[in-house]
Design a protein around this ligand. Structure first.
Ligand code: SGN
Ligand code: CA
Length: 503
């Protein structure tokens, strides 16, 4: 009899574990390019912790964003809606927290929720999070301030990526262990101006990075690419971005550093500056020197990011949480690591439209699997809600990719829609477009008025705009029909008017 009771108890525990709502850890970094992640085959640097998520779970080869810029991307992730529906179209917007979000839906489903780190959604008080500790705006790399639940502001000494992880672990320590949780960790790294932690200064000094094949792109056949302001050559600044300063022109950001941080920082960059001056570079040699310095600093911020993601994974292991927790790692968008001669993002071209993404969830996601179906950042919210076994609000425009995680399906969408709005910094013309498996059709409007069409199979680097070629006429007609179909489906009324506007 005793044996049966024990067996029943065991079955009951198994049943409860299998059906318990899983915990969710969503890690969103800022501007982290898939080219800089070793799990993607990138050879620029090793990212062992991020790769660990891919190895223990799945790597997404075709994850894309609806609007390739910080705040808008996070608003898409949170709401499961495109920018024209969630209202946060560019970084100057302020998010309307009165609308629904995965965080609010999870709270209603019994979750405790927290957002810690960079959020970048404007001035309004966050809703949907039992706890938040967020960087104001872009935040600071050194000794950052945080806005916390209850409208308090607190400064923490240390390097931002470490501090964010510390705060995330503190929250996990203090949470109610009886309830499932959803924790969003928003990292500032690898955002401009790429300030490494003291311990990572010089980490890549002995490495010479290869320039990408499109580094000296001449932008022929692509008007919008020709008028942007985001080249390593002209836009990237020697002082501001690459920290090359005369001793008597030290930058203001040093003022926040402790004496110890300042001394180590100046010792390192003064040495680089001295050797830079001695070289007296110009022309291509100067551009390539800037490229090297850019990558060294960027990848050093990524090294700290990767270490701290390792800390998150270790915490979950140490506390027996890994088994029932889905961990998703993604960036808010992709980034140019010198492709087309650029840094920054915004364009619907692959390096910025695509974003790195991987997820692990033992028992559900097969370790070492590869997801090749297209997914978008607006799909995150419905996916999380399906995982939590709660209702997906009808207004969410994304599609849950849960069947891709379990391997039940290979695709959840045939085509992807994109709309970028911001005008100003970096001079990228607003545009919208569609990507099917093989083709990409883009309509630039406002700063430049043009259409672009790329055959990604024959031209993966998107150098040849074939929109105006007579042989493309039939294809253009078909893709335009698909594009207007998506515009109507997603009710992007502004784009519908622009679509019909004659050039
Ligand atoms: C800042 C950066 C830009 C960057 C935007 C948007 N300039 O304005 O280079 O494109 O953020 O980035 S900086 O001089 O302030 O570094 S986003 O990731 O926040 O969208
Ligand atoms: Ca960003």
């Amino acid at each position: 009899m005793k044996k049966y009771t024990l067996l029943l108890l065991l079955l009951f525990v198994q049943f409860i574990t299998a059906y318990a709502q899983p915990n969710i850890v969503l890690i969103i970094s800022d501007d982290h390019a898939y080219q800089a992640i070793s799990a993607y085959g990138g050879r620029l640097a090793q990212t062992p912790s991020i790769d660990r998520i891919a190895n223990e779970g799945a790597i997404f080869k075709k994850a894309y964003v609806a609007n390739s810029i910080c705040g808008p991307s996070r608003a898409c992730i949170l709401t499961g809606k495109f920018s024209h529906k969630n209202g946060f179209k560019d970084n100057r917007s302020t998010f309307d927290f009165n609308q629904n979000s995965f965080a609010k839906a999870l709270q209603q489903a019994g979750y405790q929720t927290a957002w810690i780190g960079k959020m970048h959604l404007g001035e309004n008080t966050p809703q949907g999070f039992d706890y938040y500790s967020i960087l104001p705006g872009q935040g600071q790399y050194y000794n950052p301030d945080f806005l916390q639940t209850g409208n308090t502001k607190k400064r923490y000494e240390g390097y931002v990526t470490n501090v964010i992880e510390d705060l995330a672990e503190d929250w996990l320590d203090q949470r109610d262990a009886q309830k499932p949780f959803c924790l969003v960790i928003g990292h500032k790294a690898t955002h401009r101006t790429w300030m490494p932690a003291i311990e990572d200064l010089g980490r890549f000094d002995s490495v010479n990075f290869p320039t990408p094949p499109t580094f000296y792109d001449d932008y022929s056949s692509r008007q919008a690419a020709a008028v942007q302001d985001m080249t390593i050559d002209k836009t990237m600044r020697l002082g501001y971005d690459l920290k090359m300063f005369e001793e008597n022109q030290r930058p203001a950001f040093l003022n926040r550093m402790t004496e110890e941080q300042k001394t180590a920082w100046n010792a390192y960059y003064d040495r680089i500056y001295k050797s830079f001056k001695e070289k007296n570079l110009s022309g291509k040699a100067l551009i390539e020197w800037k490229f090297q310095r850019y990558l060294k600093d960027y990848l050093a911020t990524a090294a700290s990011l990767d270490r701290n993601i390792g800390r998150t994974l270790d915490y979950l292991d140490r506390h027996g949480l890994s088994k029932n927790t889905i961990v998703i790692y993604m960036s808010d968008q992709g980034f140019y690591m010198g492709e087309h001669g650029w840094f920054d993002k915004r364009f619907m071209y692959e390096p910025s439209f695509r974003t790195p993404m991987m997820a692990k969830f033992p028992g559900v996601i097969q370790p070492g699997s590869e997801v090749n179906g297209d997914v978008m950042n607006i799909d995150i919210a419905p996916t999380l809600l399906e995982l939590a076994r709660t209702k997906i609000p009808a207004e969410m425009q994304g599609t849950s990719f849960y069947p891709l995680l379990t391997g039940k399906k290979k695709t959840v969408r045939d085509a992807m829609y994109y709309h970028y709005y911001e005008k100003g910094e970096h001079s990228v013309s607003p545009h919208f477009g569609l990507k099917t498996g093989r083709y990409k059709l883009i309509r630039f409007y406002d700063m430049v008025d043009s259409w672009e069409l790329f055959d990604l199979e024959n031209d993966p680097d998107e150098l040849h705009n074939i929109y105006n070629e007579p042989a493309s006429a039939g294809l253009v007609k078909k893709l335009k029909k698909d594009l207007i179909g998506l515009i109507k489906k997603y009710k992007d009324n502004e784009a519908e008017v622009l679509f019909h506007k004659q050039i």
